[in-house]
Ligand binder design. Sequence first.
Ligand code: MTE
Length: 312
Amino acid sequence: MRKNTAAPSISASEITPKAVYLSRRDFIKSAGLLAGISALAACGIRAEAVGEPPDANPAKPAADEPTPYYSITGYNNYYEFSTDKESVAPLSQGFSTDPWSVEVGGLVHKPGTFPLEELLEFEQVDRAYRLRCVEGWSMVIPWQGFELGRLIAAVEPMTSARYVRFTALMDSDQMPGQRNTLFPWPYNEGLRLDEAYHSLTLIATSLYGEPLPNQNGAPLRLVVPWKYGFKSIKAIVRIDLTEEQPPTLWNTIAPHEYGFYANVNPFVDHPRWSQASERRIGELTRRPTLLFNGYEAEVASMYSDMDLSVDY
Ligand code: MTE
């Protein structure tokens, strides 16, 4: 059964048009923004983040220019396939996601292996979320999936569990990027247990009403809308509850650049660029970045005893 709980509400006009979402590369190229891309950056479009200051009047509608469907496959961050965003799509087309299952274990009373079909039996919901990349661009994406909390509750965490560790598939036969030894494979990510239980935290299985394309993380990925995009780990095969904060790929590679929490915060700059503003894909001017990506009312209480400039 599908429940429409796009909380908090995002107006239809704010949703990045599908054609625009699918044509990020075309847009970025046409805006002349490809220069200066860092090969090793957790969202790639570094030039986006060093552009002009926020627009004085940011609330302009997104340009809605129809783009061919093939553009969706043209620009993705998925280092298991390639660090070259243009190569991810072609390299991922033959990627096999059937059969797929997720092993859930660690500090739980009922560990188990969940086939994808079983996960799809959790109540499926529609969620239109803003996605803010750490590198300074953003989108609004209508996802479909289930609340992660449902799965966590099903395995009955022990009282000692405080964190959740996510592990993506390790399969260098299918994922040629994993032969790149610069990265500590497999890709992994983590959340605090209360963050994982938060009703906004989603395991996405579709977007725009269609099964996730391989390059977007098929068959299932995490979406945490108040955190930078690199937390949204794709192709999850394992989830463990732990007592200690788990290591994560980007935090391991560059701890001062990519914090464990990675909460969107316009007041805490990345060491190499400001986080005060962002470019909504499809728009030509920048808009101010919102604390917790605009989900402050829903999530800020989880961090009330933390100094966000220290635990970033
Ligand atoms: N998940 C895995 N397994 N591997 C990755 O390289 N890249 C992350 C995140 N999830 C990544 C991943 C980064 S840096 C971003 S910005 C988003 O996926 C990009 O998601 P998208 O391609 O759907 O926009």
